[in-house]
Design a protein around this ligand. Sequence first.
Ligand code: SAM
Length: 327
Amino acid sequence: MGGCVGADLCVCPGVLEGEVGVLPDVGMTEGDRWVTGAELWDWREEALRAAQTAGVEAEELDWLLMAVAEVDRLELRLGGVKLRSHIPIRYALAELEQRWQQRLTERTPVQYLVGETPWRDLLLTVSPAVLIPRPETELIIDLAAASAVGKPLAQGIWVDMGTGSGAIALALAQAFPAARILAVDQSGAALAIARENADRTGLQGRVTFYQGSWFEPLGAYRGQLSALVSNPPYIPSALLPTLQPEVVDHEPAAALDGGDDGLTALRILAAQAPAYLVPGGLWLVETMAGQGAAVQALLEAQGCYSEIEICLDLAGCDRFVRAIYTP
Ligand SMILES: C[S@@+](CC[C@H](N)C(=O)[O-])C[C@H]1O[C@@H](n2cnc3c(N)ncnc32)[C@H](O)[C@@H]1O
């Protein structure tokens, strides 16, 4: 586990450096609000002081501003923004202030305050009905793509188990244009957000959504799935109260709580996938740092998986487990 554990499920926007470029559309149409640069700068100065007092990273404020106003990081950092006469902005400053206070006092994640988050090259709607998709999860798509090279998986049926905002399912649809993508979640409210994201990304024809518990709604697909990809709930129940308030007080418990040892969902996915995967099918899941060996043991105990491999995330933590169904 070591130093990797603290990084689990950090909700700080992981896009602060570099990736905010995918946020040029701040949802404004003609006739929308605008402020002068001087007004915005003055508000930001005050908001920065409040952030410091509350122990919230100053970068989050600029993330918020870049998400709701037509400003870029450089002009915020260097002060060029205050020279502008007209800055389109989604909210009046009073409403922005109210949202920022919600961030500071209620510890509401900024992604929920603005209702969206960038993830890979997608801009996704989020609400408290769904987990905010994390930067470390982005790598699961690259692992899936690497796993499919030279195999017929790319033309098959893929499932994203516990789709939440739909992030993984939609990115799989992009990565595998010839595949059919299924997305399952127990939460109807989460699926409503996932469907909205399918619409807003233009991928609605590529993903079929199912409500139910894990494989339960997929009876028709027994023996037919080319791949199972999942970021299931994996936090041991006793650890939940120790997570940052942004996570435990605002994100859905069903997206986090992995039961006593954190492995409840992973156990189900390991045990039930063989009935649904084609021989040679891919099993690829995200885990909490430190769970890799336990998940490997779960798969070995099934006796029908080969090439079981623990994969690291960019921080060097064991984060994913990949295996091939080999009956
Ligand atoms: C950690 S979140 C992952 C969300 C999204 N895939 C992501 O990576 O951002 C886990 C998801 O699993 C869903 N879930 C929890 N229990 C489930 C169950 N029994 N069957 C189906 N989905 C479930 C939750 O509603 C939640 O959306």
